[in-house]
Design a protein around this ligand. Structure first.
Ligand SMILES: *[C@@H]1O[C@H](CO)[C@@H](O)[C@H](O)[C@H]1NC(C)=O
Ligand SMILES: *[C@@H]1O[C@H](CO)[C@@H](O)[C@H](O)[C@H]1NC(C)=O
Ligand SMILES: *[C@@H]1O[C@H](CO)[C@@H](O)[C@H](O)[C@H]1NC(C)=O
Ligand SMILES: *[C@@H]1O[C@H](CO)[C@@H](O)[C@H](O)[C@H]1NC(C)=O
Ligand SMILES: *[C@@H]1O[C@H](CO)[C@@H](O)[C@H](O)[C@H]1NC(C)=O
Length: 495
């Protein structure tokens, strides 16, 4: 319990650090660096293989299928007044002959308006809808359709109160699209290279400008994941020892920033501890008896590990980093083993030793698997700022490894965590907007559609829940997700 508290604390500091880091960058960016940055960008993705030959066909089809409606250009000259404003927009309930009955679907027409109250004429805004019942503590997600002319319809099953949330205006999505096209490298990484007493530090990323300096090619030979660093001045490429994120910040102007202001809806969520009663923990132990549970991915998957292992008697984590693990927890009496390991680059992490940075697909290839093995994978939160191909290829490498695992060890339970909405301020929007997450979530669902894999419905759980959205959903929601993992792991126990 003591130990858990320390992790949560570190996690919070990390988030603060990342947001703070980008703010600091904004204050310090000298305008003159723009030209350098621009030059760099023109070369940036030259050496990236967008879709490797084995992924080309399915990948193109899939990426085409998630095309977002066209979004309007920003007003020229810029005026915030001409952009979408949720508060000025209006709803009307589509009338229905014979009135309504519980269980019917209620259709609501939404007319988006700008700050002046004039109807919007184009679509592409990102709206979500949900219904919730505080008394029952339940919620469901409604369907939203964009008619591309400034009107939307939301369809709610007629159960409880519903709300519609304007997540990103179409104008802000125009900026999000541009930022990813022009600044796909807005998050950078660096590595230390060390030999004897000599240490050199060098810049790394999914892709770098080969004309600028010689490269070290760290493409993973097994998974094909591309990764490069500039060769350090004197040391060899094979002396690389660590990996760390460097927030470079990005260029948007003051007017564009206005599009990301939130006038409400900003919550600072603390990591509150709910006391999970022993009843649930008894269920967890009964369900996991004789099982090995391996979790891989980002911090949103680590939350499951932390939740479940709270009551496991032995943990081996003294020599691991709080973000990345690798962690191991065991319960000898009940023959339970749980592990967690973070995913490989582009993980935005504190400095870690290279040995701790492993691709999920490679880890899966090292598992025995079998009916008593549960694998939980969650890889999404660190990919928002890169072109979609980077994420797609990562998922394909994992899918192939899952296929090999299920083939050699049938009966292995594989659970893939979907993404979730979060709290967004201006800076986190530009790195990791819910709109970016939504696109990636669609790709993840398409890639893992095949049978034998359970998609853990994190997206809808978070969207439907009354608690404020958070990158790291609060314990109440984690408990729901753990329930789902358990009911899939031990269907015979009824969860
Ligand atoms: C924006 O609208 C407000 C209120 O409708 C008005 O006071 C303000 O002058 C407008 N600004 C511009 C630049 O049109
Ligand atoms: C619906 O909203 C009203 C007004 O906010 C509230 O009094 C009521 O309890 C809500 N009903 C449910 C089922 O949440
Ligand atoms: C927008 O499109 C919808 C669906 O095609 C249509 O019913 C509606 O009348 C249109 N509204 C306007 C203002 O054009
Ligand atoms: C990096 O290495 C991989 C694997 O050896 C190779 O396929 C790829 O072409 C290399 N990329 C560059 C830019 O050298
Ligand atoms: C990383 O490696 C260094 C040097 O070998 C070592 O001192 C340090 O403890 C390692 N850190 C972790 C978290 O394993």
């Amino acid at each position: 319990m003591q130990k858990q508290t320390i992790y949560k604390y570190t996690l919070t500091v990390y988030l603060w650090f990342s947001i703070k880091g980008s703010l600091i960058f904004f204050c310090l960016t000298p305008l003159s660096s723009y030209c350098i940055l621009k030059f760099y960008l023109e070369h940036f993705f030259k050496i990236y293989t967008y879709l490797s030959p084995e992924n080309t066909q399915e990948g193109r089809r899939l990426l085409d299928s998630i095309t977002w409606p066209e979004t309007p250009p920003l007003p020229k000259p810029f005026s915030l007044n001409l952009t979408t404003n949720g508060a000025k927009s209006s709803f009307s309930i589509v009338l229905r002959d014979g009135g309504w009955r519980v269980g019917d679907e209620l259709m609501v027409r939404i007319q988006l308006r700008d700050y002046n109250g004039n109807p919007k004429k184009s679509g592409g805004d990102y709206l979500t809808s949900r219904l919730h019942n505080r008394m029952l503590g339940a919620g469901v997600v409604g369907q939203v359709q964009d008619h591309l002319n400034g009107t939307f319809t939301a369809v709610f099953p007629l159960l409880w109160n519903g709300t519609v949330l304007l997540v990103q205006t179409s104008e802000s999505i125009t900026v999000l699209k541009r930022v990813t096209e022009e600044q796909p490298d807005r998050i950078w990484f660096s590595s230390d290279f060390r030999f004897g007493s000599v240490t050199e530090t060098s810049t790394c990323n999914v892709c770098l400008d080969a004309d600028k300096a010689p490269l070290c090619n760290f493409t993973d030979l097994h998974t094909g994941e591309q990764w490069f660093c500039y060769k350090p001045k004197t040391l060899d490429c094979n002396t690389r020892v660590s990996h760390v994120v460097v927030f470079r910040g990005l260029k948007i102007n003051k007017e564009e920033r206005l599009l990301f202001q939130r006038y409400k809806d900003y919550f600072l969520v603390c990591f509150l501890y709910i006391t999970v009663n022993d009843y649930l923990f008894n269920l967890i132990i009964a369900c996991l008896k004789g099982k090995q549970v391996h979790m891989f991915g980002d911090s949103t998957t680590r939350q499951f590990y932390e939740f479940i292992t709270k009551k496991l008697p032995s943990k081996f984590d003294k020599h691991s980093t709080p973000q990345c693990g690798p962690f191991l927890a065991v319960d000898h009496t009940n023959d339970i083993m749980m592990t967690f390991r973070c995913h490989g680059p582009p993980l935005r992490n504190y400095k870690i030793n290279l040995s701790q940075l492993q691709y999920v697909a490679n880890e899966l290839d090292r598992l025995n698997g079998g009916p008593n093995t549960v694998v939980v994978v969650g890889v999404w939160a660190h990919f928002g700022s890169f072109p979609m191909e980077v994420y797609y290829q990562r998922l394909m490498a994992i899918r192939r490894a899952v296929g090999r695992l299920l083939n050699r060890a049938p009966g292995t339970k594989v659970i893939i965590r979907t993404a979730n909405m979060k709290d967004m301020n201006v800076d986190s929007s530009l790195y990791n907007s819910d709109w970016y997450s939504l696109q990636r979530d669609k790709v993840l669902r398409a890639v893992f559609k095949h049978p034998g894999v359970l998609l853990l419905e994190a997206w809808e759980m978070v969207q439907a829940h009354y608690l404020p959205h958070n990158l790291h959903p609060p314990p109440g929601i984690i408990k729901l997700m753990v329930d789902m993992i358990l009911s899939n792991t031990c269907p015979e126990n009824g969860g």
